[in-house]
Every structure is written in structure tokens, then in C-alpha cells.
Design a protein around this ligand. Structure first.
Ligand code: ZN
Length: 405
């Protein structure tokens, strides 16, 4: 738990918020028996008339409303869901429920009070984040039409524009804080790490499927390597594969709800919907807000030429829609020239370069033994050569091809 103290009490704002929250909590209670007895139980307050239930958006910060007694300590049973500072400031880190136990003294006795905290899935997407020196991040909300004003507690470590564009300046930790037009406060706890100059980002397109995804994941797990999966809409029976990708710490990224060139590049709107639809599905199913994407065929594709200029338009618009896009600078050839696992391995070996970021294109399609049988060797080779394997994140420097349409 961080020890920083905040002076964000605004008593004038607190009372309406308290009333709103109490009614919000009641509405969430669907049990009939509770509703019958609710009249005597609600408003559920502890001595001193203090609110003891909170509903926070993801990334939100709020001060616990504690009565005048002297507080000895705050303890949260799930610090991964909500952290509580020594000053009683909560920070919502993950969707879920938690209990905060507060020990207070009235001068004679020590008493315990338990507060219930719920964190919603929606809010500010990056309650805590790590980025390398020199990287950029755009702070995003998974809520519509949020107007936030951002500032950095330590601009020497990371600068942030009022609109939430972050630049990591030097190694260290800082906090980025925002107030939104609806009076809520949000925070991103940011770690800036040193810049690594020889990095390999392994990327797998077109998954998931039961044959390849499990094998790729097993190899990555064995080698303690995290990668990036640019997925299509999974078959319903394969949602568990996407879940496994996330649980094992890889980046889930968007290739599109569907892949058909003759459909997805018909118009800007169709392409935009093809991304939004998959992002919304993943958010609904898994609670992750995906912003990293890859165009089917890459941004340099010529398959879209039936719609002249579409790639120029899409690459110009996509960041404004809240997405990042990644092409590649190393092609394993597993969807093209490579015939065997040996070819794929050679393409990898010849393609990776020291002193830069290497984004390696591979495929997670059914029966792709050319990659599955080469992957372990690729990782061993890369490690031996001193490369670091990392997953792509929202702040990774984008690798772009030249656009041909
Ligand atoms: Zn593809």
C-alpha cells in the first residue's frame, strides 16, 4: 500500500454523493427477503451516521467517510481490488468486491468497523500501469463521454497533457490524477522502467483454436515468455482459450470481429464497427478493454484496393477511435514462404536485430505446426542472444508499414 496522503476532501460534494451511493447499493440488492426487511435496515449506517458501502468506478479514488473518532488503521481484505492509504483514501484497482476494516478508538476502547466496497468493471482503464522510458500512453475511459483534466504528481518522471496523453521521461514512480466533469477523481499509479533496446514482441494472429493456441501457450509458459495474441471473434466453445491467454499474462489484442478483406475494408464505418464489436465482446466476456490492434493483412495490404484509399483513411483515423495498430518488422513466413518449421526458425533468426524493437509476425491458425515446432527454439535463440521478450502494451512504440492503398 502506498503511503501518500491526499487532501481531497470536499465536504460540500460529499453529501449528495453519499445519498446517491446508498440508493445505488439498494438497487443492487435483488433478494426478496432482504427487501422485506429493508425498511428497518436501510439506511445502513454505523454509529455517527457514516456511509459504510461504496460503489467505485475502476480507477476511481475516494476518501473513506469516517466518523470523528480517532482512526488507528485501515485494512483491506483484497488489496488487489481496492487499495487504502493510511489517510483512508481508496483507489479502485480491479473489478470486484472487498471489505475494509477500520480500527477506531473513542479514547477508551478500540472498535472495528467493516465497510463494503464494490468496484465496477467500467471506469478509467489503467489504474496502475508500467511503461518504459520514452514510451507514450493515452489514458482512456471505458465509459462514454468522460471529460477529464489530468495532471502528473511528478512531471520529471512522466508528463501528462490535460487530455491524458502521457510521456514517460525517466525511471521512477509517479501518480497521474484526474478530475472528471461529474466530480469524480481518478488515478493512475505509474511505474516508468528503464528503456530496453533489444526487445522481441512475439505476435500470433488469427486465433484462437483448440489445436494451436494450447500448444503455443504451453511453450510460452514453459519459457516464461509473454506474447501478444491478435484474435478474431472466438467460437463460443473456444472462449476458454481466450481466457487462458489473459490468465497467463499475455496481451489480448484485436485483429477484428471478422477477417474477410472483401468485407472489412468496404468502408471506414464497417472497419470501425469490426474493431468495436470485438473490443466490446471481450470487455463483456473478460472485463479487459483492448486497444491494441492489427489490420487484417497489415496496414500495407493491397487486398483492400477494391476500395481505393481506404488504408490511408483508416491509418489516419484509428488513433482517434482509441486504438493503436501494430504491423511487424520480422516475418516468420508461416503464412507465406515458409514450408517447414526450419524455414520459420531461419526467417526469425535472420529477421531479428539487436538495438531495436522486433515485432515478429506469426499465426495461431489451426494446425500451424511450422510455428509450433519452431517456437521453443526461437525463444531459446533469442534469449541466448540477449533479447528480452515482452508483450505489446498500450504504450509500446507502434511499428508501422508504409501504406499501399
Ligand atoms: Zn490475419
Amino acid at each position: 500500500m502506498k503511503k501518500r496522503k491526499y487532501k481531497i476532501m470536499m465536504l460540500a460534494c460529499l453529501m449528495p454523493a453519499v445519498c446517491l451511493l446508498l440508493s445505488g447499493c439498494q438497487n443492487n440488492d435483488n433478494s426478496t427477503s432482504r427487501k422485506v426487511s429493508a425498511v428497518s435496515e436501510v439506511p445502513k449506517r454505523i454509529s455517527g451516521g457514516v456511509q459504510n458501502k461504496y460503489l467505485l468506478n475502476l480507477g476511481e479514488v475516494r476518501e473513506l467517510d469516517v466518523a470523528e473518532e480517532e482512526v488507528i488503521s485501515f485494512q483491506c481484505n483484497k488489496p488487489e481490488v481496492v487499495s487504502v492509504s493510511e489517510a483512508g483514501v481508496m483507489h479502485a484497482l480491479k473489478q470486484g468486491a472487498a471489505k475494509v476494516t477500520i480500527k477506531v478508538s473513542d479514547g477508551q476502547k478500540v472498535k472495528k468497523k467493516v465497510y463494503s466496497i464494490k468496484v465496477k468493471k467500467r471506469g478509467m482503464v489503467y489504474p496502475s500501469f508500467s511503461m518504459m522510458k520514452g514510451e507514450h500512453l493515452d489514458l482512456q475511459f471505458s465509459l462514454p463521454d468522460v471529460d477529464a483534466m489530468w495532471e502528473s504528481k511528478n512531471p520529471a518522471i512522466a508528463e501528462v497533457s490535460a487530455k491524458g496523453k502521457v510521456i514517460a521521461r525517466k525511471k521512477g514512480s509517479t501518480r497521474l490524477i484526474a478530475e472528471t466533469d461529474d466530480g469524480k477523481k481518478y488515478r493512475c499509479d505509474l511505474d516508468v522502467t528503464k528503456r530496453l533496446d533489444s526487445v522481441i514482441y512475439l505476435t500470433f494472429d488469427d486465433g484462437p483454436n483448440r489445436y494451436s493456441t494450447t500448444k503455443v501457450l504451453d511453450i510460452l509458459k514453459k519459457n516464461h515468455v509473454k506474447a501478444t495474441f491478435f484474435e478474431l471473434k472466438p467460437a463460443v466453445k473456444d472462449f476458454d482459450l481466450t481466457k487462458r491467454v489473459l490468465e497467463e499474462g499475455h496481451t489480448l489484442a484485436l485483429h477484428g470481429y471478422q477477417h474477410k478483406y472483401e468485407i472489412v475494408y468496404r468502408s471506414q464505418k464497417i472497419y470501425h464497427d469490426n474493431l468495436d464489436k470485438l473490443r466490446n465482446l471481450f470487455f463483456q466476456k473478460f472485463g479487459v478493454w483492448c486497444t491494441v490492434s492489427r489490420f487484417p493483412g497489415g496496414s500495407s495490404n493491397t487486398r483492400s484496393r477494391y476500395n481505393p484509399g481506404i488504408m490511408t483513411k483508416l491509418t489516419g483515423k484509428i488513433h482517434g477511435w482509441g486504438y493503436h495498430y501494430f504491423d511487424w518488422n520480422v516475418d516468420s513466413g508461416d503464412a507465406g514462404g515458409a514450408r517447414t518449421a526450419k524455414d520459420t526458425y531461419q526467417n526469425f533468426k535472420n529477421g531479428i536485430l539487436k538495438g531495436r524493437s522486433n515485432v515478429v509476425l506469426m499465426h495461431d491458425y489451426y494446425k500451424n505446426d511450422k510455428t509450433i515446432d519452431a517456437l521453443d527454439k526461437m525463444i531459446q535463440y533469442g534469449k541466448k542472444q540477449g533479447f528480452t521478450f515482452l508483450p505489446i502494451t498500450a504504450s509500446t512504440d507502434e511499428i508501422h508499414h508504409g501504406v499501399n492503398n
